[in-house]
Design a binder for this molecule. Sequence first.
Ligand SMILES: C[S@@+](CC[C@H](N)C(=O)[O-])C[C@H]1O[C@@H](n2cnc3c(N)ncnc32)[C@H](O)[C@@H]1O
Length: 213
Amino acid sequence: MQRFTDSVTQYILEHSSAPDPLLMELERQTYLKVLRAQMISGPIQGKILEMISCMVRPKNILELGTFTGYSALCLAKGLAPEGKLITVDINDELEDFAQSFFNRSPYKKQIDFRVGDVCAIVPNLKETFDLVFIDADKRQYPDYYHLVFDKVASGGFIIADDVLWYGKVNEAIPENDTYTQGLMDFNQMVQNDPRVENVIFPVRDGLMIVRKL
Ligand SMILES: C[S@@+](CC[C@H](N)C(=O)[O-])C[C@H]1O[C@@H](n2cnc3c(N)ncnc32)[C@H](O)[C@@H]1O
């Protein structure tokens, strides 16, 4: 996949609004203290998620894959007053870290952080969501799509991260590459689904934006 050079990325950063101080600290602490810190959305993708959320003004947001909470805090910025964001992550070692940043944000009371497996938690959710962000196990994206679809409001959005996966989704892959296969299956499933409109934003590793008709 064609990626921007470091200097173009730097240019984008210099011509985009900076993250707030809490997000800057969260990113810094994630790189200092957490394994696989590169999974964090970071300032450019985070600002894009924030902008989308501000355009949608969702009452309810569901996020699959909290990690250290960066994308949750970005998405929360667009919540309608009294809106709620439920975010789910299976890694209980990150619970205190992420929760401490949620507690320091203006969205403390609106973010409901659930620790556990998406496949166990999501089926029990009663809410309808205006915006869902899928960013957990790439192998399970097709399952996640089925799990959340009926919980998305008509006209609501599903955003899925990493759908280009370093461009591998457009290449011949080894049989054991279940991550890329999961993403290829997800992309094809969305593309074949007459209930939605969709487009891939070539941001970072690709964001699939899906609108439920
Ligand atoms: C790419 S990271 C999420 C990054 C985060 N959304 C951000 O932008 O900062 C993926 C997260 O999904 C979580 N995860 C993976 N499989 C999961 C599952 N089955 N249920 C819940 N969380 C899962 C991992 O623990 C990891 O923290």
